[in-house]
Design a protein around this ligand. Structure first.
Ligand code: ATR
Length: 278
């Protein structure tokens, strides 16, 4: 049976195995998809071993997406610009390709949630790690103005040279009420930080939440709740966790591993929502 896995930390509650089983069923395929708890010290060794042992593909999640980009022998152009990899594809002879399907997944989910062809004129992304970087280009490609907001400004300043038109702000600017953006045609606020993993709230003025068309957390389930609860208290009109994005990015990973077979995502998302409520 073909073997797949997802590397991350934490990883115990990842629903990726379930998603890929449901996708495989759609095509009558048999596969095994496991969770691999990793650490900074072990990550590259674990990845090498997995593929040496015949692994057919792997996903990479928090906090190894940037690390994964430095491991592979071939980076797709979009993964190179993102500096992040969430999908590993074996090329044979010990060679590995790295791609990122996160941006595709996010755009598809935002379109589903807002019912619009373009997510929104302006998308404010909080965070500057691999998760944030991997969504900049896909959002720009669908016509959104992207603003990156990070606690450590120095980390995101160089991104301006990589992504034309990218705006950069300090996280402290979100502690104040919005000004320039307040009258704009609409904006989406996305949390791409890992702050929720420590249960930490971000210091954001409630008007940012109340003014957003949609407040979105790229994490899902319990990990998204700190930020989304804060957003609701701040008056957010619509909130969503990243479960839809997870399913959409998984669908493109699946297609990359299975000769372009793109699964139906709506039924899988519904099945996951139903099982998480039961
Ligand atoms: P990932 O690959 O998931 O993006 P990462 O590279 O570790 O993970 O990046 C984590 C992001 O969350 C960073 O933008 C980090 O901000 P810094 O660049 O300033 O470190 C952000 N982050 C994590 N904890 C945070 C917190 N408590 N408050 C604000 N930002 C936080």
């Amino acid at each position: 049976m073909t073997q797949f896995t997802v590397f991350g930390n934490p990883i115990a509650h990842s629903v990726s195995p379930k998603i890929h089983q449901l996708f495989a069923e759609q095509f009558g395929l048999q596969l095994s998809y496991s969770r691999s708890l990793s650490s900074v010290a072990n990550f590259s060794g674990q990845v090498a071993k997995f593929f040496r042992d015949g692994g057919a593909g792997a996903n990479v999640t928090v906090p190894f997406k940037e690390h994964a980009a430095s491991l592979v022998t071939h980076l797709t152009p979009r993964a190179k610009r993102a500096g992040a990899v969430n999908t590993l594809i074996p090329l044979g002879l010990g060679q590995l390709a790295g791609d990122t399907t996160d941006g595709f997944g996010l755009c598809r989910d935002l379109q589903r949630l807002t019912g619009e062809q373009l997510p929104a004129p302006t998308v404010i992304v909080i965070g500057g790690g691999g998760a944030a970087r991997s969504i900049i280009e896909p959002l720009q490609a669908v016509g959104s103005e992207v603003v990156i907001v990070n606690r450590t400004r120095a980390r995101v300043e160089p991104l301006r040279d990589l992504f034309a038109g990218l705006q950069v702000m300090d996280l402290t600017q979100l502690a104040l009420p919005p000004q320039a953006i307040r009258d704009s045609a609409g904006f989406i606020l996305i949390n791409a930080t890992s702050a929720s993993l420590q249960g930490a709230e971000l210091e954001i003025h409630s008007e940012w939440f109340a003014g957003a068309e949609l407040v979105y957390d790229m994490m899902y389930g319990a990990h998204a709740q700190t930020f989304l609860a804060q957003a609701k208290r701040g008056g957010a009109r619509m909130t969503a966790d990243g479960l839809g994005m997870l399913v959409e990015q998984a669908a493109l990973s699946f297609a990359l591993w299975h000769e372009g077979l793109l699964p139906n995502t709506a039924t899988v998302l519904e099945a996951l929502r139903t099982s998480s409520q039961s």
